[in-house]
Design a protein around this ligand. Structure first.
Ligand code: NAD
Ligand code: WQD
Length: 340
């Protein structure tokens, strides 16, 4: 089976390529390297012994996308990761986000229709739930008004895909990721943010390695037990494996409806202070941090109800927070010592 992975050089994409290859799929990657590097291919080959077919492709170029599908008529399924993902940047430059996250999806779906590609997995996000009314969050929780253009692109993307499944033979699964962290256990691939990290775990590891002076904890006055925000941090390899089982569900036609949505999280919430403590434990370091004001737009607490994914996909996260943080720390050390 040939699977096209868009954004396959990126953080989640590269780990999913590893999981796909290890499950026996033949993988084709397209990426424009706007947030990744060609070196990632080497890491994938070191882990799996297999080189995926790679083509530089900017999915915003409709003609090039069309040509790509003309040249590759035997694609069995697509996992669509390629998108821009920085919430703050999307507020500054919404049109960039609408173009990169929505136009690209439309072009891909047009090719699916034309070439009768029936299987699509889409990267959605827990951000579609906003501040939830109750916890843990089930898939039937309402999609709240998006608080950023980025979040809006995920909501609109789900609608675009749903509408397309109604008029074609496409079947699709949107995976709503909670907070992916960590790296492949080999430390051959991992998360490599450009510039100052926006997310908690890369900021922690970069502080511990000495690249950043101090972590700012955004608020200790939230209505949670220790006053810091709660999130559902999921190991990126658990997330990668969820893509493989979701894809198999479509290929084996086990899906119940043409468009399905699944939460992909651990089901367990951890506060910022708990993440810091767990990191200090697994790394044997003491982290320099201070509490500062809240970050605008942060919600109090978010964690997944994973019952639907457990039951329907037969998938459950296998790795805990400490294992994820250990892998993130190993990766950070590898990057600073050997990769840069
Ligand atoms: P990433 O930036 O590491 O990976 C995205 C990849 O897509 C990059 O390699 C980038 O170069 C490529 N890309 C972007 N625009 C492209 C275009 N026009 N044409 C071709 N390639 C393009 O991000 P990630 O963390 O791996 O996220 C993957 C997907 O998961 C995204 O859709 C993101 O919105 C979604 N997601 C991420 C998170 C998270 O916290 N990382 C959470 C929820 C959802
Ligand atoms: C986690 C917690 C911060 C940095 C984001 C996107 C979301 C999804 C996942 C794509 C929060 C706190 C963080 C720091 C801190 N992405 N924090 N100091 O905001 O839950 O989710 O990534 O779909 O859409 O918004 O993740 O890692 O930024 O923050 O105290 O320097 O860590 O306040 O409580 P977030 P995050």
């Amino acid at each position: 089976m040939k699977i096209l992975v868009t954004g396959g050089l990126g953080y989640i994409g590269s780990h999913t390529v590893v999981a796909l290859q290890q499950a026996g799929f033949e993988v084709l990657i397209v990426d424009n390297m706007s947030n990744s590097s060609i070196d990632v291919l080497e890491g994938i080959v070191k882990i799996t012994g297999v080189s995926p077919q790679f083509k530089y492709l900017d999915l915003r170029d409709k003609n090039e996308v069309h040509q790509y599908f003309k040249d590759h008529k035997d694609i069995d399924g697509i996992i669509h990761f390629a998108a821009s993902k920085a919430v703050g940047e999307s507020v500054e430059n919404p049109l960039l986000y609408y173009e990169n996250n929505l136009n690209t999806l439309v072009y891909l779906l047009q090719e699916c229709n034309q070439h009768h590609i029936q299987n699509l997995i889409f990267s959605s996000s827990c951000t579609v739930y906003g501040e939830p009314d109750s916890l843990p969050i089930t898939e039937s929780a309402p999609v709240k008004e998006a608080n950023s253009p980025y979040g809006n692109t995920k909501q609109i993307s789900e609608e675009i895909i749903f509408d397309t499944t109604k008029i074609s033979d496409l079947t699709a699964i949107a995976l709503r990721y909670f907070n992916p962290i960590g790296a492949h256990e080999s430390a051959e691939i991992g998360e490599l943010p450009l510039g100052v990290p926006q997310n908690l775990v890369p900021f922690i590891t970069q502080t511990a390695i000495g690249l950043r002076e101090q972590l700012s904890v955004f608020g200790n006055d939230y209505p949670t037990e220790d006053g810091s925000c709660i999130r559902d941090y999921i190991h990126v390899m658990d997330l990668a494996e969820a893509h493989v089982v979701a894809l198999q569900r479509l290929l084996e036609k086990n899906n119940l409806t043409a468009f399905e949505v699944f939460n992909v999280g651990t089901g367990k919430g951890s506060s910022v202070f708990e993440v810091i403590q767990a990191f200090e434990k697994v790394s044997g370091t003491s982290l320099n941090y201070k509490v500062v004001d809240r970050r605008p737009g942060d919600v109090n607490a978010v964690y997944a109800d994973t019952a639907k994914a457990n039951k329907e996909l037969g998938w459950k996260a296998q790795r805990d927070l400490e294992e994820a943080l250990r892998s993130a720390w190993k990766w950070e050390q590898e990057v600073r010592n050997n990769k840069i």
